[in-house]
Write a new protein. Sequence first.
Length: 556
Amino acid sequence: MSSRIRRSLVFTAILALLLGAAGATAPAGLAANPTNTKVAGINVDSTTIPQLEALMSSHRINAVMLTNFYLRRIRQLNPILHAVITVSPTALADARAADAARRSGDSRPLLGIPIIVKDNIDTSGMPTTAGSWALAGSMPGDAFVVQRLKAAGAIIIAKANLSEWANFRSAPSSSGWTGIEGQTNMPFVLDRNPCGSSSGSGVAAAADLAAAAVGTETDGSVVCPSGANGDVGIKPTLGLWSRAGVVPISANQDSAGPIARNVTDAAVLLGAATGVDANDPATAAQTGHALTDYTQFLDPNALAGARIGVWRAGTFDDGLVGSVMDPILANVKAALEAQGATVVDPTDIDLSATANETDALLCEFKSDIATYLQTYVHGTNPVTGAPYPQTLADLIAFDQAHQNLEGPWNDVIFQAADATNGRDAACAQLRDETTPPVQASVNDVMAANNLDAVVALTNGPAWPSNADPNEGDLNGHFELFVGSSSAAAVSGYPDITVPAGHDDGLPIGITFIGGQWAEPKLIGYAYDFEQATHIRVPPQFIPTIGDALFPGVPNP
């Protein structure tokens, strides 16, 4: 893109910090063979974090070897994938320190494990930009969840690309696009969209750019990129993971969560980052419910005797994409029943109250983004030489003044949010009319049917990425969208997605949804399903499979 060339010429100094991951051209070795994921003869793609810990403790591999592998892979594949914005300048030093700690008897659950976090999560030593040049070079200290991951021994190796401002800036947009790093590409078929806004995190986990990743979600941004990229993703109960130090949309729905290649690794990360944070009042509610080790719930027989509802209505249009979705859902039902679950089909969650969701998010965002900027973003932007933005109006002004950096997309969502009064009484009423009714709907459906969880399709086949500012995601055909994230997102309840099938090589996920603090049950069900089906396959980095929105489904 010409705008990216202009950026590289004008902002060489800041690019050295922000885009140290990108490199120039992918070296022939790994770029020609991106499916080679062995370290010292060990296939890290199919090796869980506990297994990596055991291998390091037995001296088969070490943290320096792992970190070097992932750093090389980022250098070689990121020019193709654009999944990483920044690489940690201390990654190898951190790995050497982890190896030294292990020799001294340290046995923390993530010791020496390289992890990538989304670039809207504050991480010391690396900028936190939300993908926007407006925050170029901004380096607050570690967010609480990053502190917790580091305390468990993790090496934060890099920051992941995303949908700029968590896809809450423009309409339309292309999921996975940022002004700083451009368009993230999914590793199964490179011209397909990885879904957002934790697109880079989903791609990084799937493509073995790190052992696992962390994303954030307001509505769908952990589970959709996980499903689209053949990953496991957990959106926790609101308050299980702190939101302090995370660039927000709304404190009423935001949550960070783990993205990994398997349920085991997602469970390890989930427990490592829990904790009560004085800077996030919502975390106080986790007392008595949160755990630091969720691997105890990895039960291959968890589904035996469980009652699982199947949610269809409103998650996809059966007339348009049913030929792709229905067979996968039928296979999911068969697998659940084969594992001993009783399947209740259909189960209908009433989402009519989500008609207020967007309006609530708009007014909440205006206040919450200003709070973040004024709390964590200080000093002078090294790109512009001006003070960093402190309000939403400042961000809009930045985009208008730097359209060569922040195009081709508009600021329609920013402007709609700025036109509100922020968190006033009317805004609070919108939230009261949104979240409690959805919570009641989930609770009522589960109680009426005596359900332990509800399953629904996570995503449809990935659509071709589209940079046309008049169309964007799905080429504007949103009737083809498949998604079930709103029930858990709006209620603040947990869900977990796990690979469930493929369509022309494009991954499809299934989401398990539960009530508040139901993570132990959901992890057990997802693990049982994963072990019974073994759906996930590594990506093959196919350039294209054509331009149809969905293979086998005619363009409308």
